[in-house]
Design a protein around this ligand. Structure first.
Ligand code: UD1
Ligand code: CA
Length: 494
């Protein structure tokens, strides 16, 4: 055995049928590109087939082929897109795929592109059963409560699989069968090529059905089999937006169940959505209304929510994120975010840092224990340790043409309503006075004051707003100030 070999079964090729129009989705997006749980339909199918270590992966494309090929280039660059120019049925698609890889011999997994709940374990069990039985073809089946629209598995008196009949071509007795075709098959390449070449389109849709391959092999006397999926959810297809929403819910339920079993607290599973690509460690807490997407990771002891969306964000141990939107951010250990913070890509909060209410950050390093507590914009900046950025501070990073960087040193105090006009550096331990517009570097330890000195124009209100409530209030205040000490005032009890 070479080091790569394991006891897991493998196949020579995986063929994904993904050329169909997906008419029922009523979408300008090809069906297999619709997304749930952080992957496209196609992405889920490819992920389920991944452990089979196929030497060749073929994806049959047709409807929306440019978009599907571009997506494939991103998620599975090694896969080979093969064009089915005319959608003449799933059997025709399979034949086109195998014709494109004439060198492939041995077991081939054929799978519909719209089976997003298919799991690797289910596919692996199918291949294992197929190899163990030495069959020419094995089909994955499921017992479902409502088989409407699906192909039925016809078995003989001994229980042997004899045919797959599409609902529209079925007799009443066949329609009563609740064992359905999942649209996942493993077959010997030679047997498949032979039977696919013999397909006709003598059916209600006038298409070449891949499902007819099974009956053709039975007629030849070749051994065929059917393997019942443990979980009927695994095989559910996705043909319209209602099914898409239902599959998304099922997938999410599975993800959350796995997390909870592993020790994550999910306070409200109905309003918590976690992509299959996310990692959450035991003893993290997800409060209601949380969406974790992409490559997001949440470490032990962290609390996320309520009402927060995290995309491609890392939340380290013990941190908290409350009612916030975070994209491509790193939230360090015991750091706090929110409520109502907007962390944009490149935000990195060190241990114990705080970003508070109505603060937007982008491309910024906030040092250990530094705080941006209220109402600020912080972009393109480095902030040292133990610094405090006062309320309503703006890091003025954009001059209309280019972005510039601001550096704020350790233990700096930025006064409230400071404009830091980049590029600019505020040295370690420096202060800025509230309301300053800082356009020049501030040396360490200095207090920068960059605002007009205050001027009071005495008596202005009495002269220019005579008779107004403000003028009356001012006059009353003046009278009180002029009254001799101890004289009775109008607000005493006498
Ligand atoms: C198919 C099966 C049905 C099974 C069901 C499971 C056939 C004839 N029927 O029905 O027995 O119960 O899946 O969900 O296969 N495709 C192409 N090119 C074409 C036509 C289809 O690539 O010309 C692809 C589609 O993109 C899809 C797959 O083949 O991924 C199946 O086609 P679809 O129209 O979705 O078949 P169903 O009616 O769902
Ligand atoms: Ca389908």
């Amino acid at each position: 055995m070479t080091p790569q070999e394991t006891s897991e079964p493998s196949v020579a090729a995986v063929v994904v049928l993904a050329a169909g129009q997906g008419t029922r989705m009523r979408s300008s997006t090809p069906k297999v590109l619709h997304a749930l749980g952080g992957r496209s339909l196609l992405g889920h199918v490819l992920a389920a087939a991944e452990p089979l270590r196929a030497g060749t992966t073929v994806v049959v494309v047709g409807a929306g082929r440019e978009a599907v090929e571009a997506h494939l280039g991103e998620i599975a660059p090694a896969a080979l897109p093969v064009l089915q120019a005319e959608q003449r049925g799933s059997g025709h698609a399979a034949a086109v795929a195998l014709a494109a890889v004439p060198e492939v011999e041995g077991p081939v997994l054929l799978v519909n592109g719209d089976a997003p709940l298919l799991r690797a374990a289910t596919v692996t069990a199918l291949v294992e059963a197929h190899l163990a039985a030495g069959s020419a073809l094995t089909v994955l089946t499921a017992e479902v409560a409502d088989p409407t629209g699906l192909g039925r598995i016809v078995r003989d008196g001994s229980g042997a699989v004899r045919a797959i009949v599409e609902e529209r071509d079925a007799t009443d007795a066949q329609r009563a069968i609740r064992e359905i075709n999942a649209g996942v098959y493993v077959g010997d390449a030679g047997a498949l090529r032979r039977s696919l070449a013999a397909l006709d389109s003598d059916n209600d849709q006038g298409e070449q059905y891949v499902t007819d391959v099974l009956g053709l092999l039975v007629a030849e006397g070749a051994p065929v089999g059917g393997v019942l999926a443990d979980d009927p959810d695994d095989v559910l297809g996705c043909n319209d937006r209602l099914e898409l929403a239902a599959r998304r819910r099922t997938l999410n339920d599975r993800v959350l169940a796995d997390l909870m079993r592993a020790g994550v607290t999910v306070v409200d599973p109905l309003t918590t959505w976690v992509d299959v690509t996310v990692t959450v460690e035991p003893d993290a807490v997800l409060k209601p209304g949380v969406q974790l997407e992409g490559t997001t990771t949440v470490a032990s002891g962290a609390v996320v929510g309520p009402d927060s969306t995290l995309l491609d964000t890392r939340v380290e141990a013990g941190a908290s994120v409350v009612r916030s939107h975070c994209l491509g951010a790193v939230i360090g250990e015991v750091a706090t975010v929110g409520p109502f913070s907007y962390l944009r890509p490149g935000t990195r909060l060190a241990r114990g840092a705080k970003v508070g209410a109505f603060v937007e950050t982008k491309n910024v390093d906030v040092g250990e224990d530094s705080k941006v507590p209220h109402l600020s914009y912080v972009g393109d900046a480095t902030i040292g340790r133990g610094a405090n950025v006062g309320a309503a501070t703006v890091f003025v990073n954009y001059d209309g043409v280019a972005k510039h960087h601001t550096t704020v040193g350790d233990h700096v105090r930025i006064g409230s309503d400071t404009m830091l006009v980049a590029p600019v550096t505020v040295g370690d331990g420096a202060y800025t006075a509230a309301g300053s517009v800082i356009t020049a570097d501030v040396p360490p330890g200095a207090m920068a004051v960059a605002r007009a000195p205050q001027r009071n124009v005495a008596g202005w209100v009495r002269r220019r707003r005579a008779g107004s409530p403000a003028a009356q209030a001012a006059e009353a205040a003046e009278r009180r100030a002029e009254a001799p000490a101890g004289a009775p005032g109008h607000d005493t009890d006498e």
